[in-house]
Design a protein around this ligand. Structure first.
Ligand code: EPZ
Length: 430
């Protein structure tokens, strides 16, 4: 059933919420459970549609997946198939991270190539070149990639691309290499906390990795991996989103269970914008409106995360000066701009840079979510806008935010989730 969010802006958000487990760690970690026949227990698994879908794919591969209590999943892949069908892969591009797990466990894989999505093309050429560097034979036919890893062996694997490192590409090569004879050296590796978390799980499973969190990861292959238990890191993108919710409404929001070290570039820009930011070992607090323009460029970790670009754009609409946001990861990741403009935002695009002239009063309007982070940005803008906003196609939001409207309500937001039919007819788009 299609749902919409109705938001009435103007309430400063105040209070404390608990961070959920990271979606972008949970997905590769779930894939990694295929690397052993033994049982793997994961804690702090976020309750998200993308995560539930990954469980469906793992069951299709032959694994048992049981949620033994809220957020705790027990998985066991005793016997699995190397084939992953198109009808599953096409629904979630991130399922590409199964490739490395299937190669690491079975030394072969057959997977439909995931399509692109609204934030731009989502190629996997670096994943495939990385597997070829390890001696895999790759065949593509009919939109399916066939990987023959019978001759796989440790190698130097350059993983850098035109936009820098690749997060899931690095995850795939790590999972393929942990059971590959010899030494694998991944160059230009992604250093994101989610990749480090995957490395921590693999280490608990008996893998031998060094250099996690740096550009060079060295892996000594082992014959087999065993079961393990692991708690997933907090979701830094979700944390950043809630901190913006506090700042954009001139409120005071604390997120517990957050790791400030995972958000240093973002927090630096938040402080630069004039928001008061306080941090502790496991919490981050943001209070007060932004007052200064900010110029930011998204780059691979530890740079400013592309997944917080849309949210920060919404925030800078409060500042009566010209801010700029440049995308170096996904140059087309600006679907939110036209929708923000419907709310009165003055934003000018020039290539992969958005120039934001803030300070104008935003007014509520019916808007359309287009992708996960854009939908969050529209809701954030609606919280600061005058009047009523209807955000349509909420399923985008549910892919990456657990109980988003409930958690915002707990901070004082006037937001309600409704069936799409509840939206006034004259506001409904065709
Ligand atoms: C991960 O996607 C995240 N998803 C994305 O989060 C995030 O935006 C992205 O990393 C960048 O940080 C998950 O972890 C599930 P990439 P991933 O490979 O790994 C190009 C969200 O909102 N590239 O690091 O697919 C690519 O086109 C999602 O939670 C190639 O050219 O991203 C992009 O420009 C959206 N060839 C850049 O590299 C390749 O083979 C970075 O992509 C692979 C990537």
């Amino acid at each position: 059933m299609l749902e919409v969010a109705r938001i009435v802006g103007g309430q400063p958000l105040r209070g404390t919420i608990q961070a959920a487990g990271a979606k972008n760690a949970a997905l590769p970690l779930l894939a990694a459970t295929l690397l052993t026949r033994e049982r793997v227990t994961l804690h702090n698994v976020p309750d998200l549609s993308d995560v539930r879908f990954m469980a469906e794919i793992l069951r299709h591969q032959g694994a048992t997946v049981t949620e033994t209590s809220p957020g705790t999943w027990v998985l066991q892949a005793t016997e699995i198939t190397h084939r992953t069908p198109y009808e599953l892969v096409r629904k979630m591009r991130a399922s590409v991270c199964l490739l490395g797990a299937l190669v690491g466990r079975l030394h072969r894989a057959e997977m439909a190539i995931p399509g692109g999505c609204v934030i731009g093309p989502r190629p996997i050429d670096l994943h495939l070149h990385g597997l070829e560097s390890l001696g895999c034979k790759i065949n593509m036919e009919g939109g399916v990639v066939h990987v023959d890893a019978s001759a796989i062996h440790g190698q130097v694997v350059p993983m850098g691309g035109p936009m820098g490192s690749t997060v899931l590409g690095t995850a795939n090569i790590m999972m393929a290499a942990v059971t590959t004879p010899g030494t694998t050296i991944i160059q230009e590796a992604a250093a994101e906390p989610e990749v480090v978390d995957l490395g921590h799980l693999l280490t608990k499973m008996g893998a031998k990795l060094q250099g996690l969190g740096t550009k060079t990861i060295t892996i000594e292959g082992v014959a087999t991996l065993h079961g393990a238990e692991h708690s997933i890191i907090p979701d830094r993108i979700e944390v950043g989103t809630y901190l913006v919710a506090g700042a954009i409404t001139n409120g005071d929001v604390t997120v517990r269970g957050a790791n400030p070290q995972h958000l240093e570039a973002f927090l630096e820009k938040l402080r630069e914008s004039g928001v008061n930011v306080t941090t502790g070992p496991d919490f981050i607090r943001a209070h007060g409106h932004p007052t200064r323009a900010v110029h930011l460029t998204t780059t691979p970790y530890p740079g400013f995360p592309t997944d917080l670009q849309a949210q920060f754009m919404a925030l800078q609409l409060c500042v009566p000066a010209e801010s700029s946001l440049t995308e170096k990861i996904y140059p087309h990741r600006f679907m939110h701009v036209s929708e923000l403009q419907r709310m009165g935002a003055d934003i000018r695009m020039d290539g992969a840079t958005a120039y934001v002239h803030g300070g104008r009063t935003l007014t509520g309007a019916p808007v359309m979510a287009s992708d996960l982070r854009a939908s969050a940005a529209l809701i954030l803008a609606a919280l600061a806008a005058q009047g009523e906003t209807w955000v349509q196609r909420l399923y985008h939001l549910d892919r990456g935010y657990e109980k988003f409207e409930e958690r915002l309500q707990s901070l004082g937001a006037n937001i309600t989730r409704l069936p799409a039919a509840a939206m006034p007819k004259d506001l409904q788009s065709d």
